[in-house]
Design a protein around this ligand. Structure first.
Ligand code: PEP
Length: 257
C-alpha cells in the first residue's frame, strides 16, 4: 500500500450468494467491527436483487456499494441485462468488470470489457477491472503478456482524467476460490508490472495514483502480508467477504503502516 499517492480499497465480491433479507443483518454485524479511523475504502458488491437493501443498509456508515457487472448498452431491447442508469440511480458507486468468472461463464472478451469500462466511466461509476492469468499461462511464462494485453485492451481510449476513477484488480485465475493464494512476492511482481505499464501509457504521475488490488483467496491470515507490498493497494475478496468477521479482519489489516 502507498497511502500517500492512492486509496486503499477492500471490496467484497459476494458473487451469487446471499438473499435480500440477509443484507441488513450482515451490515449491522460488520459496522461495529469497522476501524474507528478510516484506513481504507470499503465496498460491498452483492448480486443485483440485493443492491437496494445494501444501499439502504450502509447509509450513514463508511461503506460503498457496487454491482458485479453491467450491460454495455444504455437501455432497450436487451432481455435479462441491467443498465448503468439502473445502478447509478440506486447510488451504487462501483462496478466489477471483466471478472474471470464472467469471462469464462459468459464469454466476456477483452473488447467487451473495454466497452463496459468506457460505459461505466461515462456514467460516473468506478470500474474495478479484473485481469489475471490462468495456471497454464503462468506455467508457460506468459503471465505478463496476458496481463498487459488485458490491461491495455480494457483501457483503450480511457483518458488520463478517466483513469483516476479506474481500479485494477489483479486476480490470478488459479487462485480464485481455490484456497491457493499467490505469494506476496508473486502478487507484488505482477502489480508492479501493471503500474509500470500504466506509467508507459499515462505517465508516472497518473500511474502512481491508480489503486491496484489483489484478489484470489485473500483472507484474514494472508491479508497483512499481501497488503504490505508497495504496489498492492487493497483486495477484491470473494469467499472471505461473506462473513462479517472475516471481512472485518481483512479491513483491519489495512491499518498497518
Ligand atoms: C473473487 O472472486 O474476486 C475472488 C477473489 O474470490 P476468492 O477470494 O474467493 O478467491
Amino acid at each position: 500500500m502507498n497511502r500517500r499517492y492512492r486509496k486503499t480499497i477492500i471490496a467484497g465480491n459476494w458473487k451469487m450468494n446471499m438473499v435480500p433479507s440477509q443484507v441488513k443483518g450482515f451490515v449491522e454485524e460488520l459496522k461495529p467491527m469497522l476501524p474507528k479511523t478510516r484506513t481504507c475504502d470499503v465496498v460491498l458488491c452483492p448480486p443485483y436483487p440485493l443492491l437496494p437493501a445494501a444501499v439502504k443498509a450502509v447509509k450513514g456508515c463508511r461503506v460503498d456499494v457496487g454491482a458485479q457487472n453491467i450491460s454495455e448498452f444504455a437501455s432497450g431491447a436487451h432481455t435479462g441485462e441491467v443498465s448503468l442508469s439502473m445502478i447509478t440511480d440506486l447510488d451504487a458507486r462501483y462496478v466489477i468488470l471483466g471478472h474471470s468468472e464472467r469471462r469464462a461463464d459468459n464469454g466476456e472478451t477483452d473488447l467487451l470489457v473495454n466497452a463496459k469500462t468506457l460505459a461505466a466511466l461515462g456514467a460516473g461509476l468506478r470500474p474495478i477491472v479484473c485481469v489475471g492469468e490462468s495456471e497454464q499461462e503462468r506455467e508457460r511464462g506468459l503471465t505478463m503478456e496476458r496481463i498487459a494485453y488485458q490491461v491495455k485492451s480494457a483501457l483503450w481510449s480511457v483518458t488520463p482524467d478517466q483513469l483516476k476513477k479506474v481500479v485494477i484488480a489483479y486476480e490470478p485465475i488459479w487462485a480464485i476460490g481455490t484456497g491457493k493464494t499467490a505469494t506476496a512476492a508473486q502478487a507484488q511482481e505482477v502489480c508492479q508490472n501493471i503500474r509500470a505499464l500504466l506509467r508507459e501509457l499515462y505517465g508516472a504521475r497518473a500511474a502512481r495514483g491508480v489503486s491496484i488490488l489483489y484478489g484470489g483467496s485473500m483472507n484474514a491470515k494472508n491479508a497483512a502480508e499481501l497488503l504490505s507490498q508497495p504496489d498492492i493497494d487493497g483486495g477484491l475478496i470473494g469467499g472471505a467477504s461473506l462473513k462479517p468477521a472475516d471481512f472485518a479482519a481483512i479491513i483491519a489489516a489495512t491499518a498497518q503502516e
